[in-house]
Design a protein around this ligand. Sequence first.
Ligand SMILES: C[S@@+](CC[C@H](N)C(=O)[O-])C[C@H]1O[C@@H](n2cnc3c(N)ncnc32)[C@H](O)[C@@H]1O
Length: 325
Amino acid sequence: MTTPSRGAAAGHVPRQRPDTAAGDVPQARGNTAAGDVPQARREVGAGPELAFADWLGLREAADAAARAVDLVAPVRRHLAGVDRVVVHDLGAGTGSMGRWLAPRLPGPQHWVLYDRDADLLVRARAGMVDRAGDGTPVTVETRLRDITRLTAADLADATLVTASALLDMLTGEELHRVVAACADAGCPALFTISVIGRVRFSPADPLDGEIAEAFNDHQRRTVDGRTPLGPDAVEVCVAAFERRGVPVTVWPSPWRLGANQADLVAEWFAGWLAAACEQRPELVGRVRAYAARRRAQLAAGQLDVVVEHRDILAGYTGYGITGGG
Ligand SMILES: C[S@@+](CC[C@H](N)C(=O)[O-])C[C@H]1O[C@@H](n2cnc3c(N)ncnc32)[C@H](O)[C@@H]1O
């Protein structure tokens, strides 16, 4: 659960550069049309977008703090007897999921990092940790692929499939294919940090709800013939696994942001507002005043934001977890 959308995924902000798409791998810019948001950002008083890799770097600590460690415990127990753990990470970006999860699992481990962006994969490989939680080696390879075209055969050697801040970028059809590949491979999946379209500010403001609604509609809008699931991705994913008889546990993984993450709040907020105004241009006038109020609160250390996400664990049973979402 996470863009305003650059890659939204993550329902959060910055966009990927069109030129980072690889060969015939379809480009996914999340739900933000190229060229539109920068103007919308200007309208809400925001500066230029960060480069996509910088955006991923900015949010990495918040994602790490938010992911549901409760869902790692059953995975760790399950992997305890495995000789060599093989994790396939879908939409790896700069590799934040591997840096977070590998030290929490037993080894030895081999990570297969997928993305359609070759530059990000170079960074992911370079930034991967080299030791598992028990001190055994972690090895890594990268695959420049469209993850929505993976099959069970691609995942045949996986002991676990992971993703983070990815699902909201996918269409229903694409997500069903990903779920089918995992289920047909008989492989458990840990999909973290998926936005669900809910944001809470403290203090609250009468305009919060209207902007959130416009933002959510922006996430689901059709661009270049694709209609991403946006905040509906978790529900669709859970239903798709359950239809295939795969048990699913859902756990909250909210970003809890305040004065000590002011840079992240400011960047996230700029993308959130810009997307909302792009979706409903009639909001622009009111949003300008709202943005000024919110930025003053942030500068004074008087603004807290909770961005709701969900983590999904599919394929494990009998660990006494009964949902959390
Ligand atoms: C928001 S980023 C998250 C990256 C990383 N998982 C993280 O948590 O920092 C989403 C990533 O998914 C990749 N991605 C989106 N759709 C994809 C597709 N169809 N095939 C391959 N990669 C894709 C993007 O290139 C991007 O790096």
